[in-house]
Ligand binder design. Structure first.
Ligand SMILES: *Cc1c(COP(=O)(O)O)cnc(C)c1O
Length: 395
């Protein structure tokens, strides 16, 4: 056998292992110090009541002959696809349930979808970036082009007519920068994709954090997107499903006369047997009035954490993006420090852990990502430590 040599082109990711190593070393040497972790990209609030109730009753159904379920439809149960369709209607997006594919999460679909495209397909994505987009392309030997996201463009790059690509990755609200595209900006991307016959892969994992009705939650709120965009979303950040696993992908019938949609049906029916019935009932509960209001409460909690952090950075004169419509705040390291320098300063002096921006691409150098997924008390305490340190530095 011959192995896939493309795997040797992957860069080893030392980001999270290096963070863990540094934090462990510090806490071994300083067992009395309380470390506050604001680096995590995982939720911390538990599943909401409506979801738990749905899980319990689905479990009971599975134990009764009359209501037991075996293999389900590979695309997902109609009840969940209808709930997703109805949710999109609330932001004026009309979908057919046949355009919605339920999956075990966004990450799997982001990787698997590449099977539908030729190996020569060129992907274009911003730098800094969610690392999985890059690696999924490199594993298949597909070339990747980067576009600069930086302070000059507020970390929201727009199309450059001189750059041609086949797949365009857009994540809005963005991980790691928290930046969000407005309608006019997304329209530029849609028009551009249509003009060069490219496909947009729109990652909407953080759409529920958008609190301004004028900002688009779905790429399909933009005219022309049904011809050139697929949308991948997840219950992970929306409803705390990071460990429960459920997401969905939308492939409109308007892309190559429905051909891409039919190919995905074929792919899923061949290689996938769907998400557990129990989990799909849990996901459906997110869209009930009780479920929706309960998850909004959780989002509000994270949002208030973000507000507390943003206020601190405003007061201290630290430049940042995100926070308002995203659980991420992307801040410029003070005094021109490099990402790892500032990381070390925060860990060693204030016992605060962030994520060095340089781990997300070259344009991330000099930035740090912190998240609002922590608990309230720790978030407040971390910000107080920053304010104190700032006072001392300024006397
Ligand atoms: C967390 C996250 C997802 C969700 O992934 P799941 O596999 O559904 O848990 C997708 N995209 C981005 C950018 C994320 O940060």
């Amino acid at each position: 056998m011959k192995i896939n040599e493309n795997y040797s082109n992957l860069e080893e990711s030392y980001l999270f292992s290096t963070i863990a190593k540094k934090v462990n070393e510090y806490s071994e040497k300083n067992p009395d110090k309380k470390i506050i972790r604001l680096g995590i990209g995982d939720v911390s609030l538990p599943l909401c009541k409506a979801v738990i109730n749905a899980l319990h009753s689905a479990v009971d159904e599975m134990g009764v002959k009359e209501t037991f379920r075996g293999y389900g439809p590979e695309q997902g149960y109609e009840f969940l696809r209808e709930s997703i369709r109805d949710y999109y209607l609330t932001h004026n997006v009309k979908l057919d349930t046949k355009e919605i594919f339920v999956s075990d999460g966004a990450k799997s679909d982001l990787g698997n979808i590449l099977e539908l495209f030729d190996n020569s397909t060129v992907a274009l994505m911003p730098d800094p970036i969610y690392p999985a987009y890059v690696d999924a392309n490199l594993m298949g030997g597909r070339p990747v082009l980067f576009m600069d996201a930086n302070k000059e463009n507020n970390f929201l790059p727009l199309p450059n007519k001189n750059v041609k690509a086949d797949l365009i990755y857009i994540c809005s609200p963005n991980n790691p920068t928290g930046a969000v595209y407005n309608r006019e900006q997304l329209k530029q991307w849609v028009d551009y994709a249509n003009s060069i016959n490219a496909l947009i892969i729109f990652d909407a994992a953080y759409e529920v954090f958008i609190s301004d009705e004028n900002l688009p939650k779905s790429i399909y709120e933009i005219e022309g997107a049904r011809n050139c965009a697929i949308e991948i979303c997840s219950f992970s950040k929306t409803a705390g499903f990071t460990g429960t696993r459920c997401g969905y992908t939308i492939i409109p019938n308007d892309i190559i006369n429905g051909r891409l949609n039919r190919m995905w049906v074929r792919r899923q029916t061949t290689k996938y047997n769907g998400v557990p019935y129990i989990v799909q009932r849990a996901a459906q509960a997110v869209f009930t009035p009780e479920g929706f209001s309960e998850i909004q409460e959780n989002i509000r909690y994270y949002r208030e954490n973000a507000e507390i952090m943003a206020k601190t950075f405003d007061d201290l004169g630290i430049w940042y993006t995100g926070g308002k419509h995203s659980p991420y705040i992307w801040l410029e390291c003070p005094n021109g420090q490099k990402s790892w320098e500032f990381f070390d300063y925060l860990l060693n002096n204030l016992q605060i852990v962030g994520t060095p921006g340089s781990g997300f691409g070259k344009n991330g150098e000099g930035y740090l990502r912190i998240t609002s997924f922590g608990n309230r008390e720790n978030t407040i305490e971390a910000m107080e430590r920053l304010r104190e340190a700032n006072k001392i530095l300024h006397v």
